[in-house]
Design a protein. Sequence first.
Length: 199
Amino acid sequence: MSLALGTSATLLVASLTAPALAADPPPKADPQRGAELMQKQMSQMTPELVERAKALSPEIKQFLMHVALRHERRSDTLTLVQVMQEILADYQTIGAAIATDNGAMAADAARRLALHRLPRGGMLPYLPFDKVTDEGLSVLPAMEVAVEGNATKLAEAAEQGDMIGAANYYGAVTTGCVACHNHFRGQPGATAYTPRLRK
Ligand code: HEC
């Protein structure tokens, strides 16, 4: 069952996002800062998860570092569910703004969504343990394009008053939410019972 969902999510995302590889050109790499951020995330994980994270390929580690560097709001207390609730609030604000022809409101909320906060310990502690592998995480760049890339395009369209374009990007963002949930989430709320964060 979950295998079937994972496959369909991967296909969905692949069909959506080819041929782009990332939401925008990689920021000027600051490997030292990136390494510090990864080190901090690992200090918040259980030893079991740290072992998993260390075994990931250099490409996946590089991508996780890119995510940590790109998102400048990082919480030491909030969980992924709390961050997702914040993302949901921004997502709903975008919908309201598009429906009321308010390009400025849509653009602000879309940029907040694209540069959402990161939870305590990064993303890995909240994903199913069997997905913390090179294969399981290989979909992440496509998810970034679908959600953050399209949210950025949505902001630009909305600012130019192109609300039909913004509405289309809103649909593409939504497909990204659905695909990532199909791949990683499983039963909503279930990760609360399998904590992989240090207390
Ligand atoms: C990178 C993958 C990913 C993307 C993209 C993503 N989510 Fe999530 N989301 C998750 C995971 C994983 C969970 C479960 C977290 C947990 O239970 O600890 C989750 C949980 C949630 C929750 C908490 C309630 C529930 O249903 O589990 C909400 C609300 C939510 N996501 C909204 C959104 C919205 C809206 C979008 C798109 C704008 C989105 N998410 C995009 C991975 C993602």
